[in-house]
Design a protein around this ligand. Structure first.
Ligand code: 3EB
Length: 330
């Protein structure tokens, strides 16, 4: 990395995006590779590691064994722990993750609030950090009716805890229900010392403008984030939402089709070429295990060669059967 990047008087070179990929490899040897910023294992029996750069995601993969997800940067990486939070940084990039047990902090709202307060506090203390992308995984996300649904409580707590964390605009995000310990909240993020550009989808109402019927507190996320060097697009959880409504209730194929149309609309809105490729990893969150094979076949056919990690996850609206997020490199 160019040393001049640290000097605010010199126009910094835009930070090259971390390279995100899936790998069938050993945790320890992958952590040993130069530039490993973060590494994710999926499923309860994923290998454990005490390394702060490693996170065992609470979602089960449908492919056994599930690959690891690797984030690599072109710089030396340092890492550490700070209470419930673990982090790493290198080359201007920052990974931070927090895991909280709701039983220790009250309920879903107060736990989400605490998670965001702590992430905010930590990121702010590390200097000008721009949060570009956030992942939220919570248990029993659709439990409770209407305003009492746990996802709605999560949205309340997230908004209450973020304070002025995202004054420059919301990051791209995903919020998915996991099937692990229902009290476990995992939130992790990617931040940079340079800002990105938020991207919305003209086919969809921006999430923070969703009408009241979807909850007291509208979800706070951008549809996608173009990274500082314009070399990658971080795409938020994308589902069959048109306008603000869920489309195609109970029709998996139609939801998949609409989701792909939304993904293409996000690419177009970011002025990126259409389509996904072998270097642009996606995740597909599938509500019902029984749909996994169908989703796998559909995506193989429609996105040939694209790495897709198929995960068992509940979408935050109970009528939605599938959601896709991921990366598109320019
Ligand atoms: C949607 O389009 C689907 O609450 O952070 C997608 C991505 C969704 C992120 C969030 C919610 C979130 O509204 C739901």
């Amino acid at each position: 990395m160019v040393q001049g990047c640290e000097n605010p008087l010199i126009d910094p070179l835009p930070r090259r995006a971390p390279r995100v990929s899936y790998r069938y490899a050993e945790v320890a040897s992958t952590l040993d590779e130069p530039g490993t910023l973060a590494l994710f294992g999926f499923a309860a029996d994923a290998p454990a590691s005490a390394d702060p750069r490693y996170l065992q995601v609470a979602l089960e993969g449908f492919d056994a064994p599930a690959p690891l997800e690797l984030w690599q940067v072109d710089a030396p990486v340092s890492c550490g722990r700070d209470g419930a939070l673990h982090w790493s940084s290198g080359g201007g990039w920052l990974f931070a993750a927090i895991e909280l047990d709701e039983r220790e902090h009250g309920d879903a709202a107060s736990t989400a609030k605490l998670a965001y307060e702590q992430l905010h506090h930590f990121v702010a203390a590390r200097g000008a950090q721009h949060v570009l992308r956030v992942w939220n995984y919570l248990g029993a996300i659709n439990h409770g009716e209407g305003d009492a649904e746990r996802y709605k409580h999560f949205c309340d707590g997230r908004a209450a805890g973020m304070g002025d964390f995202f004054v420059e605009g919301f990051p791209a995000a995903t919020a998915i229900g996991h099937h692990g310990d229902p009290h476990r909240l995992q939130v992790y993020l990617l931040a940079c010392d340079q800002g990105g550009s938020r991207v919305e989808n003209p086919r969809q109402v921006s999430a923070w403008r969703y009408p009241r019927q979807y909850g007291r507190t509208p979800p706070s996320f951008a549809r996608a984030m173009l990274l500082p060097a314009l070399d990658a697009l971080a795409i938020s959880g994308t589902a069959a939402v048109v306008g603000h409504a869920s489309a195609h209730h109970d029709d998996l194929d139609a939801q998949l089709d609409e989701t792909l149309t939304n993904l293409e609309a996000v690419l177009a809105s970011a002025d990126m070429a259409a389509g996904f490729d072998t270097h642009s990893p996606l995740k597909a969150y599938v509500r019902h295990s029984t749909d996994a094979q169908h989703v796998r076949d559909f995506l193989k056919r429609r996105l040939p060669g694209v790495p897709v990690l198929l995960l068992h996850g509940d979408i935050c609206r109970s009528e939605l059967l599938v959601e896709i997020d991921g990366w598109r490199y320019a």
